[in-house]
Each structure stands twice: as C-alpha cells, then as structure tokens.
Design a protein around this ligand. Structure first.
Ligand code: MN
Length: 191
C-alpha cells in the first residue's frame, strides 16, 4: 500500500512568526510530499513494497533509505509543534532530562549546540537508550537514530529548507526560537 503524506496537525500559520506559513507550505507540501512520492515510486516491485516504514528504515539503503527516513523524520518533526501546550517536559521525561543532563536548561544548551554545530544538512535528536537514559545525537542528511537502536524523543531539522525563508543563514536564531513552539505534551508522551 502506498504511503500518504500526513496532514499537518495544525494550521499553516499556527507557528508564526517562528516558522512562517510560507516555510510550512514549502517544507510540508513540497519537501515532505516529494519524499513520500519518491519513496512510493522507489519501492514498487521491491521487497519493501508492502513493508512498514520502520522496517524500511532499518533494512534498506541508498535512495529507498533516504526517502523513507525523510518521510518518517518529517512526520515526527511536524508532529512535535504547537503553541498551546505545556512549555516544559513533564512526568518521566522531565525526570530523565534532569537525571541525564542536570536540568532542563542544561539539556536545551547541549541540544542547541548539537543543532548549531551539525555541519551541512541533517538532524539533531534527543534519544532514549535501552536503559531509559537520554542522549543527544546528530545525524547527517536523512539518517535516523532508529537504525542505531535508539528511540527518538525530539528532533530539530537543520536542513536549510527548514529555516532559510525565515532566517536565511542565521541557523542559530532558528534554534533559539525553536524552543518556543515545542508541544511538550506530545514530546513528553514519546518517552
Ligand atoms: Mn526538512
């Protein structure tokens, strides 16, 4: 069965001015949509034609991997935003952040540094390890921590298409503002 582009879980202008309507129109309707279309075309007639997305990400390589991972990464990224929600992690995730990083502020500083210093296109991730502890990892291009056995909790897309219309070359400004649109109810539920 072909994969479908999920709709954004909020209006296109819901994240303004931090992420503009125009950015979401391109990022979701063009970029995310293209990964879905490419994936559907690439898996036709292959062993992955009826596989679920996680199976494809963990077992494929090359173009199929790149497009499958980007489909999953973007759905995960868009789902974590929303302005009317908890402003900080809660419950077990809040405890795990304190245990792994010392405090929420120290976590934000480390995650922001990972997002800022990632060279080229890629993603910064907060991940849960098998023992429940948390770590911050960077991945290049489409790569996803699921393939390394980690459970993603939060991500920041630092491909230029994620921020260039709003921030041009100022990736650090995008990352500073990123924290103000995280829906911590959703993210806390991922832990
Ligand atoms: Mn993107």
């Amino acid at each position: 069965m072909a994969f479908e582009l999920p709709e954004l879980p909020y209006a296109y202008d819901a994240l303004e001015p931090i992420i503009s309507k125009k950015t979401l129109e391109f990022h979701h309707d063009k970029h995310h949509a293209a990964y879905v279309n490419n994936l559907n075309n690439l898996i036709k007639g292959t062993e992955f034609e009826n596989a679920d997305i996680i199976d494809i990400i963990t077992k494929s390589e090359g173009g199929i991997f790149n497009n499958a991972a980007q489909v999953w990464n973007h759905t995960f990224y868009f789902d974590q935003f929303g302005k009317d929600s908890a402003k900080e992690p809660k419950g077990p995730l809040a405890d795990a952040i304190n245990a792994s990083f010392g405090s929420f502020d120290e976590f934000k500083e480390k995650f922001s540094a990972a997002a800022k210093t990632l060279f080229g296109s890629g993603w910064a991730w907060l991940v849960k390890k098998n023992n429940g502890s948390l770590d911050i990892v960077q991945t290049s291009n489409a790569a996803n921590p699921l393939a390394e056995g980690f459970i993603p909790i939060l991500t920041c897309d630092v491909w230029e298409h994620a921020y260039y219309l709003d921030y041009q070359n100022k990736r650090p400004d995008y990352i500073v503002n990123f924290w103000d649109i995280i829906n911590w109810d959703i993210v806390s539920g991922r832990y």
